[in-house]
Write a protein that binds this ligand. Structure first.
Ligand code: HEM
Length: 133
């Protein structure tokens, strides 16, 4: 018999289900390739090198979806709306941001239900980051 004994079946986190760290690294790497070429978004990023911003966002998403909590160990509580306050996030920035994210997400080739769950979160989070009319 090949039965799994009762009580030992562990639920996988979303992070594990979609392939763990590598998947989130691919997503955010592709997203930042878009940002790097974007005339509206690129100037908003304070650092010359987008690498550290890419790392912060990657670690945030990993933590959010149930992976290691390195983001908060490094950065503390996310407080994302507060951290975005210095930047003018209006409808145009929102649309550009989501556009690059859509491309990056499509290229991941996730299962449709995972893709839908991630996109739902990202669209909701992006809308909540708007701080300028
Ligand atoms: C809606 C359009 C958005 C724009 C224009 C935008 C822009 C920015 C900019 C300019 C930074 C600073 C880069 C840095 O130094 O780290 C930043 C940081 C960050 N953003 Fe966004 N962002 C947007 C939406 C989002 C959303 C929806 C999320 C989460 C799902 C997010 C997560 C983060 C994180 C985790 C950081 C780093 C925070 C830290 O300092 O630890 N952003 N964003």
């Amino acid at each position: 018999m090949n039965e799994i004994p009762r009580g030992t079946l562990q639920e996988q986190t979303f992070y594990e289900q979609v392939g763990g760290e590598e998947t989130f690294r691919r997503l955010v790497r592709r997203f930042y390739e878009g940002v790097a070429q974007d005339p509206l978004l690129r100037p908003m990023y304070p650092e010359e090198d987008l690498g550290p911003a890419e790392e912060r966002f990657t670690l945030f998403l990993i933590q959010y979806w149930g992976g290691p909590t390195t983001y908060s160990e490094d950065r503390g509580h996310p407080r994302l709306r507060m951290r975005h306050a210095p930047f003018k996030v209006d409808a145009a920035a929102h649309d550009a941001w989501l556009g690059h994210m859509r491309v990056a997400l499509d290229e991941l080739g996730l299962a449709p239900e995972h893709e839908a769950q991630l996109w739902k979160y990202l669209t909701y989070a992006a809308a909540s980051m708007i701080n300028s009319a």
